[in-house]
Write a protein that binds this ligand. Sequence first.
Ligand code: PHE
Length: 470
Amino acid sequence: MSVSSSGSAAYSGSLEGSNAQRGLWSSRFAFILAATGSAVGLGNIWKFPYVTGENGGGAFVLVYLLCIAIIGIPIMMAEVMIGRRGGHSPVNSIKAIAQRDGLNPAWKLVGAVGILAGFLILSFYSVIGGWAISYVGTTASGQLSGQTADAVGAIFSGLLSNPGTLLLWHTVFMALVMLVVAKGVRSGLERAVSILMPALFVLLLIVVGYAMTTGHFGQAAAFLFQPDFSKLTTSGVLVALGHAFFTLSLGMAVMMAYGSYLPKKISIAKTSITVSVIDTGVALLAGLAIFPIVFANGLEPGAGPGLIFQTLPLAFGQMPMGSLFGTLFFVLLIFAAWTSGISLLEPIVEWLEEQKGMNRTVSTLGAGVVCWALGIASILSLNLWADFAPLGFIPMLEGKTIFDLLDFFTANILLPLGGLLVALMAGWVMSKPAMEKELALSPGTFNLWFVTVRFITPIAVGVVFIYNLM
Ligand code: PHE
């Protein structure tokens, strides 16, 4: 990422430095790039289609889109605003604002939720990143060409049943993330993203183009966009809410950290909306690419986390130059996952550096290795421990493996909780004039945002939580 003062990449700014000393994003574009790099990832291409399939389609998608619009975007604005006003890493930004506005320093809890969530998410995120790495070889070798749905499914089950292979690719993915976090060589990677993300978008369009030829595009579009509320459950609403946070990288103080580098003159609202629109666009395209293939091949929309690995390879096996496109696709997916993975590890590394006085290499190694080890539990959930549901006695968590539990607890509980704290902080305790100045919106728009973070977000998150507990 290009930060205008020399040397310091985002996050690694000194504790004491003000915004000016830490260096700012050189442009609005640089911020959008980094924020999009974090937001667009496995959440859009791997998770969105499968949770949509599991939750019945259209009605779920509608709730998800509403969550993005009325909760996600306002929370993203609040996070970026807190980061820019605080001008430090999340924990210290909140401390700084707490001092200035006379708040209780306990609001630092927001940062703590983020650190924990990032660490837990990365442990299984890296396993899925590993699947993507493994599929580069699978597609490049040409073994998918002309395969039936059954054969493609068997290749995927073969991967899942092999803990050794899964561990290998999980290790490679985690090493890639640790390398960048330790070295702070993000600038090159993030500049690459400005080419790779559009390329991913184009490849998705190519798959959508192929999907249109399957004869089931209309059925897929109806599945995604015609809400059938009889298929929506309360837990589906929770998943939609959680996924809105997950996909936009919210509730984890990531956007707060990035916001601390945003120059004052740049509109927080416009940039937040841009990032959210790109992120949502990628997810919807992924849905339009995958569901026609699902229906054309008689596959199960609710097949779960393997959905894209059982559908996209079919498309690549059938389209002209499929091996090439398929290989490219999975390479680009790795890049998308990589930039998100970095933003998941960063908060804990930064915390170890600032609070525990460790240097960057040691803290990256420490946090990365523990996270990697935790990932092994997710790997085993896919095979040897597939029937092990540690919290199965709780009705809501019945049948959930360790992998499922980590996903559930982080995306559906921790991130919305982090977002709730951000909303409460902005809506109830921070100085209103200071926020007005920071957001620089028209009075009408500001009030709309303010009412949303003050009332709508806390009530929505609260209601969804309470309903699901009952
Ligand atoms: N938003 C990322 C994705 O959709 C995941 C992520 C969540 C990254 C939270 C950072 C923080 O893949």
